[in-house]
Design a protein around this ligand. Structure first.
Ligand SMILES: [Mg+2]
Length: 274
C-alpha cells in the first residue's frame, strides 16, 4: 500500500482533497513528493462569471444618463453629445474617456474620477427608481442563472465594468438578487477590465479550495472586451449577441462559443461545462 495522506483544505471546500505520496528518491538523488488534486462529487470546479449590461439585462439608458449627469454635476463636463462607447468598459474607464474627449484638465485625476463614480451611483438609484423605463431581463437569463446556481460544482459570480454598488442597483431593478452571485469583480476594483478575472479568481479561493485558472473560469459577456479580458488567466469566453455585437464579432474576438441569446439553454450549458 502506498503511503498516502489526504488533507481537507479550506472550510467550504470539504470535497476537495490534496493527495501526496511519501517523499521518494529520484535518480538524481533528490527527494520528490508526487502531488495531485482530487475532485470529489460536489466540488466547486467551475467559476462562472457573468457580465451585466447587454448580457443579463438592459437598463434602457439609465446608466448612461446617470454618468452624464454625474460628470456635469461633479466636473462641469457636458457629455450628452459624446461619441464614447460604454459597452465593454468599466465605469471609471468611461468617465476617464469622457473627460479626455472633453479635454478636461482633471481627466487623469483618479480622485475626481472616483467622485464622479460615487455621484453616478446616487443618480443611477434615482433613475432606476423613477421607473420611466423598466429594466429588461434578456430571454433565458433567469433559467440559466437558476441552472448554474443549483450546481454543486460551480461558483456563480459577476465580472462587470459596473462599480459594485451600481451592479447591485441594476440587478435589483431587474428583480435579480445580487447576493446570489457569490463572487464578484467590478469596475470599482480596477479601471482595466483585463485585471478583473484574476481578482474574481482570487476571491473564489475560499469557496473552491484553490484559485481557479484556465477553462475552469468561464466569462459570459456581450462584447469583444468580455471575450479577451480573461486571456491572461486562460479563461473561457462565451459570447451572447444581446448587446451591440453579433456572434461573428464575438467569435472573432476569441469566444469559445457565441449565442444569439440564452433562450435555448442546453447549448449554453454544454459550452460552459465542455
Ligand atoms: Mg456588457
Amino acid at each position: 500500500m502506498p503511503d498516502v495522506t489526504a488533507r481537507h483544505l479550506a472550510e467550504g471546500s470539504r470535497n476537495v482533497i490534496r493527495i501526496a505520496s511519501r517523499p521518494r528518491r529520484t535518480g538524481a538523488g533528490f527527494a520528490s513528493r508526487a502531488q495531485c488534486w482530487v475532485y470529489l462529487p460536489g466540488v466547486h470546479r467551475k467559476l462562472v462569471l457573468f457580465d451585466i449590461d447587454g448580457t443579463l439585462l438592459h437598463t434602457h439608458g439609465a446608466g448612461r444618463r446617470a454618468i452624464h449627469a454625474a460628470l456635469f454635476n461633479e466636473m462641469g463636463a457636458e457629455a450628452t453629445a459624446s461619441r464614447v462607447r460604454f459597452d465593454g468598459k468599466t465605469d471609471p474607464q468611461i468617465v476617464r474617456e469622457l473627460l479626455a474627449e472633453a479635454a478636461h484638465d482633471d481627466r487623469d485625476d483618479d480622485e475626481r474620477i472616483a467622485a464622479v463614480c460615487r455621484q453616478y451611483v446616487d443618480l443611477l438609484a434615482v433613475e432606476l427608481e423613477a421607473g420611466t423605463c423598466q429594466t429588461t431581463v434578456y430571454p433565458g437569463v433567469v433559467d440559466l442563472l437558476n441552472r448554474i446556481e443549483a450546481r454543486r460544482d460551480t461558483v456563480l459570480g459577476l465580472l462587470t465594468g459596473n462599480v459594485a454598488e451600481g451592479a447591485r442597483l441594476k440587478l435589483g431593478s431587474a428583480g435579480i438578487v445580487p447576493d446570489r452571485f457569490r463572487v464578484g469583480a467590478y469596475g470599482s476594483d480596477h479601471h482595466e477590465r483585463s485585471r478583473l478575472p484574476a481578482i474574481a479568481a482570487a476571491r473564489a479561493e475560499g469557496l473552491m479550495g484553490r484559485i481557479p485558472t484556465g477553462p475552469d473560469i468561464v466569462i459570459l459577456g456581450d462584447t469583444p472586451a468580455d471575450m479577451t479580458c480573461g486571456l491572461e488567466v486562460g479563461a473561457r469566453g462565451i459570447g451572447v449577441a444581446t448587446g451591440s455585437y453579433d456572434t461573428a464579432a464575438l467569435l472573432a474576438a476569441g469566444a469559445y462559443a457565441a449565442f444569439e441569446s440564452f433562450a435555448e439553454l442546453e447549448p449554453v450549458i454544454a459550452a460552459i461545462y465542455a
